[in-house]
Design a binder for this molecule. Structure first.
Ligand code: F6R
Length: 605
């Protein structure tokens, strides 16, 4: 989704802005632009397409040490140069970029047009720049304050003006914004990955806050013009983590990082002495944690599917009712919030608007919500009452892989902790602790089978449609497998509970429709094998993801993953499905890291 960068300092702004925008490419976008304060009027360059197209469009000389840049993901108005940001005031002296959505844009536009303003784009954003320009306030800070006080919606905005050429003024409400502190220079971005090449010292703005940023420092203040002191945080992400490091794609790199990142995540979180997990970040005392009678997990897309895995881990290990729901649905249905329910928000980016809204809705109604979040300092991580950081490191590919595996492990840790506070025996706790210790090596063992999985992927890649089947613990695995497959291969893939086969979808089974079946070696093995026979008897080609030594008694292609504990097996069973989707997409020649129409971080509803 849209991205913002800004620079004020002693260097030429344009190359820094363009480099920052290229770091934000992974978020998904369809046009890009920069605005630089040159002597005289600001200079704005915008293009439809990639950041490299913007680079081609830049003039040879674009001097200026203050500027802002943007990658746009079209919402209001198609992807055209006129709709790309930055937007300009009518006299061209004020330039503005915006992430988010202005809900009352239509009414404001009507009012501004009636006052004689001619609009140059179809965007909701453009009202903002005209409101800034028309403000009677004197300082740029007050003009921006004036403008944002008239809009309803979500925004991260950055504004520069030829009349205040030493500064960028920014404001945040519902869309992330961070300041980067350098030596006699300052940076602004919607995502720390755009800053890490220049500084590790950052300041996060909260909703309702503004900042005035100059080369010498910054001032943060509220909509009531009250100054707010800020603490500087150090980010651990390094620029190297955002490089391909010898891999052809980020998705490939991120899948192969999993054994190391999992080891890092588990470090210090397993307690052998009491056969439990240590999750200090939850900030909930054991006695209080024991009081929760239910767990409700909220996330979107793949995070929701892993949430389903997490719910079954919690029910299995802690024996308390748990379920997962798409945060995007939850927020629209006036949910009943119960005081004895522990709410868990799960998100890689920590910026998914639907999940963030669900968190706020729970809190507004007095509920307690903790986060399982990957990006440190992200909006969801900060909004939650505590949580577990996933420590998967930056994930750049739009299709999530390592972060999801970490979510699965995060839920296993939470389930273990809750279990040991309830009736999970020491022996069973120790079994799970040992299982978790084995996971990184077992993930490595699956990744080592990449070549064989690539061969299987080539055989299913050409099928127009695929079924993914799984039962109980295997069902979320099937859902995630289908999701990954369709996201990057653009092939239709549908997940079904194996138990539902006879209730309709069996009619579709034919030699043209391959079925990918998830068959863990657990108490449901016999029933799952039964489903394989039903498919095979109707001529449906089968690819079975199972464990070594499992007798399926049916002709099929198979991928064997190492056996762990039944509660943890779903995490391992998803790994070959990542590789399957990846290699099918590769055979089909798709843009693996940036699938069409999708964004990494879905910051609008
Ligand atoms: C799938 C995928 C999406 C995300 C979803 C939630 O590969 O990446 O389905 O899982 O948009 O995103 P986060 O986890 O950032 O909240």
């Amino acid at each position: 989704m849209c991205g913002i960068v800004g620079y004020v300092g002693g260097q030429h702004a344009a190359p820094i802005l363009v480099e920052g925008l290229s770091r934000l490419e992974y978020r998904g976008y369809d046009s890009a632009g920069i605005g630089v304060l040159t002597s005289g009027a600001p200079r704005v360059v915008r293009t439809v397409g990639r950041v490299r197209d913007l680079v081609d469009a830049l003039p040879k000389r674009l001097a200026g040490t203050v500027g802002i840049g943007h990658t746009r993901w079209a919402t209001h108005g198609p992807a055209t140069t006129a709709n790309a940001h930055p937007h300009r005031s009518e006299d061209g002296r004020i330039v503005l970029v915006h992430n988010g959505i202005i809900d009352n844009a239509a009414a404001l536009r009507e009012r501004l047009e009636a006052a004689g303003v001619t609009f140059a784009s179809e965007t909701d954003t453009e009202v903002l720049v005209h409101l800034v320009a028309r403000s009677s306030a004197v300082t740029l800070e007050d003009k921006v304050l004036d403008a944002v006080s008239q809009v309803v919606g979500t925004w991260a905005v950055a504004v520069v003006s030829a009349d205040h050429p030493d500064r960028i003024v920014v404001a945040r409400n519902g869309s992330p914004l961070v300041l980067g502190i350098g030596e006699k220079e300052m940076f602004v971005a919607s995502d720390v990955s755009a800053l890490v090449r220049h500084t590790s010292q950052v300041v996060h703005l909260e909703d309702g806050e503004l900042a005035s940023v100059t080369a010498d420092g910054f001032r943060t203040f509220t909509a009531q013009a009250r100054d707010v002191p800020k603490t500087t945080e150090t980010v651990t992400m390094t620029a190297d983590e955002l490089e391909l490091g010898g891999h052809g794609t980020f998705m490939h790199k991120e899948m192969h990082e999993q054994p190391q990142t999992l080891l890092r995540m588990l470090g210090g979180r397993l307690d052998d002495r009491f056969a439990t997990a240590r999750l200090d970040g939850l900030r909930i005392e054991p006695r209080e944690l024991r009081q929760f009678r239910r767990v409700k997990i909220l996330g979107c897309g793949s995070a929701y599917y892993v949430g389903q895995m997490g719910a079954s881990m919690i029910e299995d290990l802690a024996r308390i009712p748990a379920d997962a729901e798409p945060a995007s649905e939850f927020r629209y249905r006036n949910p009943i919030i119960e005081p004895d329910t522990l709410y868990v928000a799960v998100s890689q980016s920590g910026e998914t608007a639907d999940t963030l809204f669900a968190v706020r809705e729970i809190q507004r109604k007095g509920g307690r919500v903790v986060g399982l979040v990957n990006v440190v300092g992200s909006s969801i991580a900060r909004a939650c009452d505590g949580g577990v950081y996933l420590h998967a490191g930056p994930e750049v590919a739009v299709a999530s892989t390592k972060a999801l595996t970490h979510m699965g492990v995060g839920f296993a840790l939470l389930a273990l902790l809750l279990g040991r506070l309830h009736d999970l025996s020491f022996a069973d706790g120790a079994r799970i602790v040992e299982g978790l210790k084995k996971l990184p090596d077992q993930v490595a063992a699956v990744l080592a089978e990449e070549k064989a999985i690539a061969e299987v992927a080539a055989t299913v890649a050409q099928a127009p449609s695929l079924f993914f089947l799984g039962r109980v613990r295997g069902y979320p695995v099937a859902r995630e497998g289908a999701q990954k497959f369709k996201e990057i291969s653009y092939r239709h893939a549908e997940a079904y509970p194996a138990s539902e086969l006879k209730h309709g979808p069996l009619a579709l089974v034919s030699p043209e429709l391959p079925t990918v079946a998830i068959v863990p070696d657990d108490e449901l093995l016999e029933r799952n094998v039964g489903a394989l026979h039903e498919v095979s008897a109707r001529g449906g080609p089968l690819l079975v993801v199972t464990h070594e030594g499992v007798d399926l008694g049916v002709a099929c292609a198979r991928i064997d993953v190492p056996k762990n504990e039944p509660e943890l097996d779903p995490v391992l069973l998803t790994i070959p499905l990542q590789l399957l989707a990846y290699h099918a997409a590769l055979v089909l020649g798709q843009d693996i890291d940036r699938p069409r129409n999708l964004a990494k971080s879905v910051t609008v509803e």
